[in-house]
Design a protein around this ligand. Structure first.
Ligand SMILES: C[S@@+](CC[C@H](N)C(=O)[O-])C[C@H]1O[C@@H](n2cnc3c(N)ncnc32)[C@H](O)[C@@H]1O
Length: 252
């Protein structure tokens, strides 16, 4: 399960920190030996194909800390609620190449199933962290037939994680809702969201969805913390909120 990190076979550069970009327009340039090419940070399929690039860019250079922050918060709440992490089956949505699953496993979570919308993510997880997922489904959560839903959720979902993947053209509210509906009553939800997605001025749709779930009693917040998700290419901090909550009843 350990990740082998060899020396990169590419050159990587970021824009000058004096320029700021919207988060979904951030990019880097890469030279794989044939000249510089621009890669948007959201070109996940292209980034995952280059071993070690995702970790180099987001973790080494831009100092991402979301996976350990949210997994610490999740395990703290599981223990506070008297739940043994070893008996838990987690569904990790927007799983990418498995960093969140690795963090959960290292904290004793028993089973982890991954979901991503692109096959390159599953291929990268199998390459970079073989065995970290018990199962990994490449699916669009908003277009699941009964057979796929049963394949994903049939074993029960005690914990839903979604880290650095909500909004910004990634996972839309409807896909999050579909994943949430698979969680067992009294199951846990551990997510990260850009802090301003939970304010009144939010246009992502998440503030409305989460506050309606809280207001209706479907969801009970156990804990939340604002933290630095990572640096932007401007080197300014990007503030996110990690929320751990408990599903208290099925959708009405
Ligand atoms: C920034 S990466 C985060 C990966 C991982 N959670 C981590 O923290 O390292 C966002 C991931 O969400 C996935 N994604 C985007 N839209 C999605 C959707 N509608 N359903 C499932 N996964 C999606 C992307 O393919 C990508 O792997």
């Amino acid at each position: 399960m350990a990740v082998e990190r060899s020396e990169p076979t590419y050159r990587l550069a970021l824009p000058e920190p004096t320029t700021s970009f919207e988060q979904d327009a951030e990019y880097c340039v890469l030279d794989l030996g044939q000249g510089w090419t621009e890669y948007r940070f959201h070109d996940y399929a292209a980034l995952y194909e280059i071993p070690g690039l995702y970790e180099k860019l987001f973790y080494d250079i831009l100092q991402c800390q979301s996976p350990p922050v949210v997994c610490d918060a999740l395990v703290e709440q599981l223990r506070a609620e008297g739940v043994d992490p070893a008996g838990v089956r987690a569904l990790d949505v927007g799983a990418g190449n498995g960093i969140v699953a690795q963090e959960m496993r290292s904290r004793g979570i028993g089973k982890v199933v991954g979901i991503d919308i692109i096959p390159e993510a599953r291929a990268a997880a199998e390459r970079d962290r073989p065995g970290v997922y018990d199962d990994y489904h490449v699916v669009d959560l908003t277009a699941l037939d009964d057979e796929r839903r049963e394949a994903v959720a049939g074993g029960g979902v005690d914990v839903l994680t979604c880290v650095a993947a909500l909004g910004f053209g990634d996972i839309p509210p409807a896909a999050f809702r579909a994943a949430f509906d698979m969680v067992a009553v009294d199951g846990f939800v551990a997510i990260t969201l850009r802090d301003d997605f939970l304010t009144d001025g939010d246009t992502s749709g998440f503030a409305g969805l989460i506050s309606s779930m809280l207001d209706s009693g479907e969801l009970e917040e156990l804990g939340a913390t604002v933290y630095r998700h990572r640096l932007a290419t401007s080197r300014d901090p990007l503030l996110y909120r990690a929320v751990v909550a408990r599903k208290r009843r099925p959708r009405g």
